[in-house]
Structure formats: C-alpha cells, structure tokens
Ligand binder design. Structure first.
Ligand code: GDP
Length: 301
C-alpha cells in the first residue's frame, strides 16, 4: 500500500485510534497481570471502536484461549496477539478477477457509490482494461448526471436512458454495447432505495436475469458500498442490502473522515463477505485494495 494512502488511512482512523490504540495501550500499561480487569479494559476499547459487543466478545474469547494455551503472562504480548486476532477476523479469500465482468454497485444514496464507480473505472483502466459505465439508477436524474461527470473524467463510455426508464432496459442496452466493444468491465450504478425491499429485490433480479441471458460469459458481482462514518447504522444498511441483493463484496468509504474503523468487523462477520476496497477521500486515487494487516496496523499504530 502506498505511503500516502496508508498515512491518510491512519490519519482518518485517528479518532478510533485514540479510542482503540490509546485504550489498549492504557490497558497494557495499567495492568501488570493478564486478569479479568485487563480483559474488561480491552473489551471496552473494542466496543468503543464501533466493533459492537458480539464481535468484541468474540475477539476476546479467542484472546483468552490463546493466552491460556500459550501460558502468556505479559499484557504487552496480549496487544500483539489481539492485533493478529483482529487481522484474522478480517481476512477473507480475495475474489478472482475474471473478464469480462459486470459489477452491480449497490448502497444507499450518499455513501459514495458514484465516486467509487469513478475510482474503480480509473483504477481498472490504468491496468489496461476496457471499461463502460451504466446508469441504472433511473429514479434520480442527478445520479446519471454525476455518473456522466465521472465517465467524462475517466474518458469511458456511459450508457444511460431517460429518467424513470426501466433499469433492466438500460442494463440490456449497456450489455449489448459492452459486448460489441469488447468491454472487460461494465460497472452498473443501481438505485439506492431501500424503503421498498420487494421492489429493489425484483429490480436486482431482473437486471441479473438480463445480464445472465444476454452476456452468459460475464462474471457478475454485486458490490455493496458502505459509509464507514455511519457506524452501526451502516451495519444495519449492509444487512438489509445483503438480504435483497446477494452481495459478493464490500467497499468501505470515508475512512478519512470521522469513521471509527471498528465497524468493519461486524460487517464482515454478519455478511460473511470480504471487504475488497476502502476509500479514504474524494479524489480518484483515494481507493485502495483492502489489506487486513494494513488496516489493523492503521488502527493500532
Ligand atoms: P452516492 O450518492 O452514493 O453516489 O454518493 P457520491 O459518490 O455522490 O458521494 C457522496 C459524497 O461523499 C460526495 O461528496 C463524495 O465526494 C463523498 N465521498 C465519497 N467517497 C468518499 C471518501 O472515501 N472519503 C470522503 N471524505 N468523501 C467521500
């Protein structure tokens, strides 16, 4: 991970580091023995980082088991063990990139979906891939407008229809265009409305059916964008979306803001899908592949 990116992630997580790293350091310094008091301090630190009680308890249970198995008496050693445990809680198998690919982007409005689409387009374009965007959020004219700005910036084609057009119809046209132009990656922006789950589910299914039928050789992935600053709320959104959309991976945005980075743990635990990318700013370079070890290091150092 580039230094600049890593330091931005670290700066962004400063707030949680003051909670997590600072509190863990305090616990280590204030407790000479690995006792119940020490474990309680660690639990508080983990919960305050937005990790949620269930995840924090799971991490501590593992720590207790390792302390027991290793006969560990040193609280500083526990800090290092805890880091390893947190890394393993986030570690998930990376999905192979198989071309051609269609990515359906989901997430509520405002989480950074459009920005992430733009960043992904530029990222894969820089790797020599042929990219196309599809504006299937036809409920907000502004959504297609914003996407058009990113398409211009990345100099990639955008397929869009009139406002309120059938999203699956836009996807149909985009898939035809993508096949004709031998596009490697078609990124589809979808509507971020969760208030009517049945509608959203029907829409997603319809889009997937169109892609499967019209582009059977394409790998289809659904990426959920979550705003890290929304904490436990983001977790609830993530759960709701994963129920209706069949999510394969997560992009966690706005880790440069006031996010308390611990929210990532319950999201991975509950959804059982990997975090693939993290966003640390509004610029095109502010998206990076997720690395569990780097992430935990940024929380702790
Ligand atoms: P959408 O409604 O989900 O498509 O969200 P947008 O992509 O329009 O983003 C909403 C706002 O969040 C915009 O002001 C973006 O610049 C901002 N944003 C997106 N990603 C990030 C990020 O990683 N960090 C920060 N600080 N802002 C971001």
């Amino acid at each position: 991970m580039a230094d600049g990116f890593f330091s931005r992630l670290r700066d962004g997580l400063l707030k949680s580091r003051q909670h997590l790293s600072g509190m863990v350091d305090d616990a280590v310094q204030e407790h000479a023995a690995v006792d119940e008091d020490f474990y309680d301090s660690l639990l508080d630190a983990l919960i305050l980082s937005d990790m949620g009680a269930a995840c924090a308890q799971e991490a501590l249970q593992t720590l207790r088991a390792r302390v027991k198995a290793g006969g560990i008496k040193d609280t500083a050693r526990c800090r290092e063990l805890l880091k390893d445990i947190l890394v393993s809680m986030l570690d998930a198998e990376k999905m192979p990139l198989q071309w051609p690919m269609v990515i359906l982007m989901v997430g509520v409005n405002g989480v950074g979906k459009t920005t992430t689409i733009g960043k992904l387009a530029l990222r894969f374009q820089a790797l020599g891939r042929i990219i196309m965007l599809c504006a299937a959020d036809t409920f907000r004219a502004a959504a297609a407008e914003q996407l058009a700005i990113w398409a211009d910036r990345a100099k990639v084609p955008l397929v869009r229809h009139q406002e309120n057009a059938d999203p699956a119809g836009v996807v149909f046209d985009a898939v035809q265009a993508a096949k004709a132009r031998h596009v490697d990656l078609l990124i589809v922006d979808t509507a971020g409305r969760l208030h009517n789950k049945k509608n959203l589910m029907d829409e997603m299914e319809k889009m997937r059916r169109v892609i499967d039928r019209e582009h059977p050789t394409a790998t289809v992935r659904c990426l959920l964008v979550v705003d890290a600053t929304t904490g436990q709320n983001g977790l609830q959104q993530a759960k709701a979306f994963s129920e209706v959309a069949g999510v394969n991976g997560i992009v966690l945005t706005k880790l440069d803001g006031t996010a308390k980075g611990g929210v990532i743990f319950p999201i991975v635990r509950e959804l059982k899908v990997p975090v693939l990318y993290v966003g640390v700013g509004e610029g095109i370079d502010d998206l990076q592949s997720f690395d569990a070890r780097e992430y935990v290091a940024a929380l702790f150092e």
